[in-house]
Design a protein around this ligand. Structure first.
Ligand code: CP
Length: 293
């Protein structure tokens, strides 16, 4: 059984094959590849992009989608996650997509069900399809020539499952990662790290990946204000000037805190292209885990 819990679940060769499929799926044409299959989505944490992206992907492949509304499910009456899973499993879905605020839930779930489980994000741990779509966006932009490209990851890295998954995946594909964050957002790591975002650093980079400040994961407010944070870490036109680079963000973007309005509107900002690529990558991932069993 093939699950997608972390990016490590797919080898480099499998990821390149996934990108090949995703590139074809960018035409957005409906396909019959998952006709007769059913996909259950169960999101215990809010989502705009990932949930709708997985559901769009499933529908474009002609699968049926059952969305379990957690607020109306028996989880809210005290049913354990694993009893919920056992009941969903009894309905024989072809795959389950789960998001949970606690790290490790998708892996535990995978041990209790008889179908592939795809992780839509678990706590601070992993967000594999986000990292895959981010690498795919970089891969498409540089026409496959990604080895040695310098990626600055800026923001609340320590609390970010997106950063965790990207660090594993991008490093494996030979990209160089540089972390930029205030000390309290910096994880313990041997990667190059800086506590300040300056023009010299940006001049050396090919990609800037900005991350949201994950205020919901902070025990207490650990900076003066978002304005103070933005003064040091917001991606502005003054910082990037006319340099040839691309800017990514997984969303949701805190405008003028993570990235300025002006830079978001700049053609080097690929934030909406990431969303488009996300559907294609999730189509490829659903196809892979369901059909390659
Ligand atoms: N990128 C991402 O995970 O966004 P959502 O929280 O809206 O799904």
């Amino acid at each position: 059984m093939k699950h997608l819990i972390t990016t490590k679940d797919f080898s480099k060769e499998e990821i390149l094959a996934l990108f090949k499929d995703a590139k074809e799926f960018l035409d957005e044409k409906p396909r019959e590849l998952l006709k007769g299959k059913s996909i259950t989505t169960i999101f215990f944490e809010n989502s705009t992009r990932t949930l709708s992206s997985f559901e769009t992907a499933a529908k474009r492949l002609n699968a049926k989608v059952l969305r379990l509304d957690v607020s109306r499910s028996s989880s809210s009456k005290g049913e354990t996650l694993f009893d919920t899973a056992a009941n969903l499993d009894a309905m024989n879905p072809s795959a389950i997509v789960v998001r949970h605020q606690h790290s490790g839930v998708p892996l535990s779930l995978a041990k209790h069900v008889h179908c592939p489980v795809l992780n839509g994000g678990d706590g601070k741990h992993a967000h594999p399809t986000q990292a895959l779509l981010d690498l795919f966006t970089i891969y498409e932009h540089f026409k496959g020539d990604v080895r040695g490209k310098k990626v600055i990851i800026v923001g609340d890295i320590k609390n970010s499952r997106v950063a965790n998954s990207n660090i594993e995946l991008l490093t494996r594909f030979g990209l160089e990662i540089i972390l930029v964050a205030p000390p309290h957002f910096m994880p313990k790591t041997s990667l190059k790290q800086f506590y300040k975002l300056d023009k010299n650093l940006i001049k050396q980079s090919d990609v800037i990946m900005s991350l949201r400040t994950q205020t919901e994961r902070h025990q207490k407010q650990i900076y003066g204000s978002l304005k103070d944070y933005a003064n040091d870490f917001c991606i502005t036109k003054d910082l990037i000037e006319d340099q040839k680079l691309i800017i990514l963000h997984p969303g949701p973007v805190h405008r003028n805190v993570d990235i300025s309005d002006e830079v978001l509107a700049d053609e080097r900002s690929l934030v909406l292209k990431q969303v488009k690529h996300g559907v294609a990558i999730r189509m490829a991932a659903l196809k892979k885990v369901i059909l390659e069993q």
